[in-house]
Design a protein around this ligand. Sequence first.
Ligand SMILES: [Zn+2]
Length: 125
Amino acid sequence: MSTSSEATTLTAFTVQEDGQIQIEWADNAAFTFPASWVRFHCACAHCVDEWAGTRLVDPATIPADIVPKKATPVGNYAVQIVWSDGHDTGYYGYDSLRAIPPAPADWDAYLAGEKAWPKDEGAVA
Ligand SMILES: [Zn+2]
Protein backbone atom coordinates (compact mmCIF):
# COMPACT_ATOMS: atom_id res chain seq x y z
CA MET A 1 0.00 0.00 0.00
CA SER A 2 1.29 3.40 -0.96
CA THR A 3 2.03 5.78 1.85
CA SER A 4 2.19 8.84 -0.37
CA SER A 5 -0.10 11.69 0.59
CA GLU A 6 -2.12 11.01 -2.55
CA ALA A 7 -3.14 7.70 -1.02
CA THR A 8 -4.80 9.54 1.85
CA THR A 9 -6.24 12.44 -0.12
CA LEU A 10 -9.95 11.80 -0.54
CA THR A 11 -11.31 12.84 -3.92
CA ALA A 12 -14.81 11.35 -3.81
CA PHE A 13 -17.18 9.89 -1.25
CA THR A 14 -20.26 8.66 -3.03
CA VAL A 15 -23.30 6.85 -1.70
CA GLN A 16 -24.55 4.64 -4.50
CA GLU A 17 -28.18 3.75 -5.13
CA ASP A 18 -27.67 0.27 -3.69
CA GLY A 19 -26.44 1.81 -0.43
CA GLN A 20 -22.79 0.99 -1.00
CA ILE A 21 -20.23 3.70 -0.43
CA GLN A 22 -17.63 4.36 -3.08
CA ILE A 23 -14.46 6.00 -1.82
CA GLU A 24 -11.95 7.40 -4.27
CA TRP A 25 -8.44 8.61 -3.61
CA ALA A 26 -6.03 10.94 -5.36
CA ASP A 27 -3.76 8.03 -6.34
CA ASN A 28 -6.71 6.69 -8.41
CA ALA A 29 -7.51 3.88 -5.99
CA ALA A 30 -11.23 3.33 -5.47
CA PHE A 31 -13.00 1.10 -2.98
CA THR A 32 -16.63 0.18 -2.59
CA PHE A 33 -17.91 -0.93 0.79
CA PRO A 34 -21.31 -1.73 2.25
CA ALA A 35 -22.32 1.37 4.23
CA SER A 36 -22.83 -0.86 7.28
CA TRP A 37 -19.19 -1.96 7.04
CA VAL A 38 -18.00 1.65 7.11
CA ARG A 39 -20.37 2.33 10.02
CA PHE A 40 -18.82 -0.65 11.84
CA HIS A 41 -15.39 0.95 11.48
CA CYS A 42 -16.34 4.10 13.35
CA ALA A 43 -13.52 4.84 15.78
CA CYS A 44 -15.34 7.18 18.15
CA ALA A 45 -15.40 6.61 21.92
CA HIS A 46 -18.85 5.02 21.67
CA CYS A 47 -17.67 2.48 19.16
CA VAL A 48 -14.15 1.68 20.36
CA ASP A 49 -12.96 1.06 23.90
CA GLU A 50 -10.15 3.59 24.15
CA TRP A 51 -8.31 1.62 26.83
CA ALA A 52 -8.59 -1.89 25.46
CA GLY A 53 -8.66 -0.77 21.84
CA THR A 54 -11.48 -3.18 21.10
CA ARG A 55 -14.54 -2.52 19.04
CA LEU A 56 -17.72 -2.08 21.04
CA VAL A 57 -20.10 -2.18 18.12
CA ASP A 58 -21.99 -5.41 17.63
CA PRO A 59 -22.71 -5.75 13.91
CA ALA A 60 -26.13 -7.17 14.79
CA THR A 61 -27.07 -3.73 16.13
CA ILE A 62 -26.27 -1.99 12.84
CA PRO A 63 -29.28 -1.67 10.54
CA ALA A 64 -28.52 -3.59 7.33
CA ASP A 65 -29.91 -0.71 5.28
CA ILE A 66 -27.97 2.02 7.08
CA VAL A 67 -26.74 4.89 4.92
CA PRO A 68 -24.89 8.11 5.55
CA LYS A 69 -27.35 10.99 5.77
CA LYS A 70 -24.53 13.46 5.53
CA ALA A 71 -20.78 13.32 5.03
CA THR A 72 -18.87 16.48 5.84
CA PRO A 73 -15.16 16.98 5.23
CA VAL A 74 -13.20 18.02 8.33
CA GLY A 75 -10.15 19.94 7.26
CA ASN A 76 -8.09 17.88 4.85
CA TYR A 77 -7.81 14.85 7.05
CA ALA A 78 -11.19 13.42 7.96
CA VAL A 79 -14.84 13.13 7.10
CA GLN A 80 -17.64 13.31 9.63
CA ILE A 81 -20.52 11.02 8.81
CA VAL A 82 -24.04 11.38 10.13
CA TRP A 83 -25.63 7.95 9.86
CA SER A 84 -29.28 7.14 9.31
CA ASP A 85 -29.32 5.37 12.71
CA GLY A 86 -28.60 8.73 14.33
CA HIS A 87 -24.95 8.02 15.10
CA ASP A 88 -23.04 11.23 14.40
CA THR A 89 -19.98 11.30 16.65
CA GLY A 90 -17.61 9.49 14.33
CA TYR A 91 -14.81 11.16 12.49
CA TYR A 92 -13.20 9.01 9.85
CA GLY A 93 -9.60 10.06 9.45
CA TYR A 94 -8.44 9.58 5.89
CA ASP A 95 -5.68 7.26 7.12
CA SER A 96 -8.15 4.95 8.81
CA LEU A 97 -10.69 5.28 5.99
CA ARG A 98 -8.04 4.16 3.56
CA ALA A 99 -7.15 1.26 5.85
CA ILE A 100 -10.66 -0.24 5.97
CA PRO A 101 -10.29 -3.80 4.71
CA PRO A 102 -12.74 -5.43 2.31
CA ALA A 103 -15.91 -6.59 4.02
CA PRO A 104 -15.95 -10.34 4.74
CA ALA A 105 -18.08 -12.40 2.38
CA ASP A 106 -20.33 -13.38 5.28
CA TRP A 107 -20.77 -9.80 6.57
CA ASP A 108 -24.54 -10.05 6.04
CA ALA A 109 -24.67 -12.96 8.50
CA TYR A 110 -23.02 -10.78 11.15
CA LEU A 111 -25.47 -7.96 10.44
CA ALA A 112 -28.35 -10.38 10.76
CA GLY A 113 -27.00 -11.63 14.08
CA GLU A 114 -26.59 -15.13 12.67
CA LYS A 115 -22.91 -14.99 13.49
CA ALA A 116 -21.26 -13.34 16.48
CA TRP A 117 -18.38 -11.02 15.63
CA PRO A 118 -15.22 -12.39 17.29
CA LYS A 119 -14.12 -9.66 19.67
CA ASP A 120 -10.43 -10.09 18.96
CA GLU A 121 -10.93 -9.60 15.25
CA GLY A 122 -12.58 -6.30 15.93
CA ALA A 123 -9.56 -5.00 17.81
CA VAL A 124 -8.24 -1.69 16.59
CA ALA A 125 -4.52 -1.44 16.13
ZN1 LIG B 1 -18.88 5.78 16.63
